[in-house]
Write a protein that binds this ligand. Structure first.
Ligand code: PMP
Ligand code: GLU
Length: 404
């Protein structure tokens, strides 16, 4: 049988759907097609100048050696300060491990916490990588249904899903893909719930600086001493500082867990790039107005795309409160013919949109829903308008003039 030499773990693994769709769009573009990619979630801004200059100085100063596996002392201190400010709980450098990307921080957290059969509660819709990483680490993903993309999750739904095997709850607020933010009082309720039931929380806060409400999102780590001791907070530079390709993320956790994660990292990837760590230090310690400028532009795009998407027939979307995704429900389109093809699933619709309108989106299925599509609005306003114009024409006529 082909692939029989591969491990069970790998045979059971699905590749990242967001990365796959982005690769598909890039391939079509390389063939000369005028593709608009609203697929992958990454800021389109340049990394701010002072961050790039810090990296260049690090190269020139010869900072090209291995660093301590958990990161340089200066960067761990800067991350600890940032975590303390963001969460309202107190972090010291020995509670921090810096890794090549928040995704790797999540992987190491689950590797360090899960034994075979441990259940991990994942509110759906969820970021595509959570269930796959949980399985890779021997855990069992338990999906907690929420009412689609409108409310991120209810503490009552989480309570119902808890069993004696539950080890950990994954929280992601603001959420990828729905853009919804868990209200502060529900974070308080979830904190009380994990304490009462004795479970852990992985709080993925990579979008915490990209929120559009009056108050910043609340972190569960700051709810109580129990939550502080049993929450792993994950964050990084990718979204906040437009640094996806630099690969820099981190986690904050109690000391014994941070030390275990450090051991795992020392035996797997040693340390994140020394040059990237110098850049991240400048990002955290330098001026923060670049973050606010990008956030403001995202908010303008959010308003625009929310309006344009809801004007498309068959699309209905809540207003994202954070991150840079809209997640419209397109169930009204299912069962209909578009351009002579039957649309049974969101992924059918995404295929037709890519083929006929050259607009790349990610279908809801890998996020745990068969009614939605995810649209990243981390592109220019003109691009969003043109994408929605094409989708409107596709829905009205089955084709987009000038593209076929
Ligand atoms: N968590 C969420 C919710 C994300 O959307 C992403 C996407 N990049 C990550 C974690 C990982 O970020 P990175 O590895 O680039 O730091
Ligand atoms: N997190 C982004 C996304 O959801 C980047 C790609 C990935 O790592 O999944 O599109």
């Amino acid at each position: 049988m082909p692939g029989q030499f591969l491990s069970r773990k790998v045979l059971d693994l699905s590749p990242s759907a967001t990365i796959a769709m982005n690769a598909k769009a890039k391939k079509l573009r390389a063939q000369g097609k005028d593709v608009i990619s609203l697929s992958v979630g990454e800021p389109d801004f340049r990394t701010p100048r002072h961050i790039c200059e810090a990296a260049m100085r690090a190269v020139e100063d010869g900072q090209h050696f291995y660093t301590p596996s958990a990161g340089t002392p200066e960067l761990r201190q800067a991350v600890a300060d940032t975590l303390s400010r963001d969460t309202g709980a107190s972090y010291s450098p020995d509670m921090v491990v810096v890794s090549p990307g928040a995704k790797y921080s999540i992987y190491l957290t689950l590797l360090a916490l899960l034994d075979p059969g441990d259940e991990v509660l994942i509110p759906a819709p969820y970021w595509v990588s959570y269930p796959e990483i949980v399985r890779l680490c021997g855990g069992v993903p338990v999906l907690v249904a929420t009412d689609g993309a409108v409310h991120p999750l209810s503490p009552a739904a989480v309570a119902k899903a808890i069993t004696p095997r539950s080890k950990l709850l994954i929280l992601n607020s603001p959420s990828n893909p729905s853009g919804q933010v868990v209200p502060p009082e529900d974070i308080g309720r979830l904190g009380a719930l994990i304490e009462e039931r004795g479970i852990w929380c992985l709080s993925d806060e990579v979008y915490n600086r990209l929120s559009y409400g009056r108050e910043p999102p609340r972190s569960i780590a700051g709810v109580s001493p129990y939550c502080h001791a049993h929450t792993v907070v994950v964050n990084g530079c990718s979204k906040t500082y437009a640094m996806t390709g630099w690969r820099l993320g981190w986690l904050g956790a109690r000391r014994e867990l941070a030390a275990a994660v450090d051991s795992l990292q020392s035996q797997t990837t040693s340390n994140p790039s020394a040059i990237t760590q110098a850049a991240a230090l400048a990002a955290l310690q330098g001026p923060q107005d670049c973050v606010e400028e990008m956030r403001r532009e995202f908010q303008i795009r959010r308003d625009l795309i929310h309006r344009l998407v809801n004007a498309l027939p068959g699309f209905s979307s809540a207003c994202p409160e954070g991150a840079f995704y809209v997640f419209p429900d397109i169930s009204q389109l299912l069962g209909r013919e578009i351009g002579g093809r039957l649309v049974n699933t969101p992924s059918d619709f995404c295929e037709i949109a890519l083929e006929r309108a050259l607009v790349a989106m990610v279908s809801g299925e890998p996020f745990g829903t068969d009614r939605h599509v995810r649209i990243s609005f981390a592109v220019r306003q003109e691009t969003l308008s043109e994408a929605c114009r094409r989708l409107g024409e596709l829905l009205a006529t089955g084709r987009v003039a000038g593209l076929d």
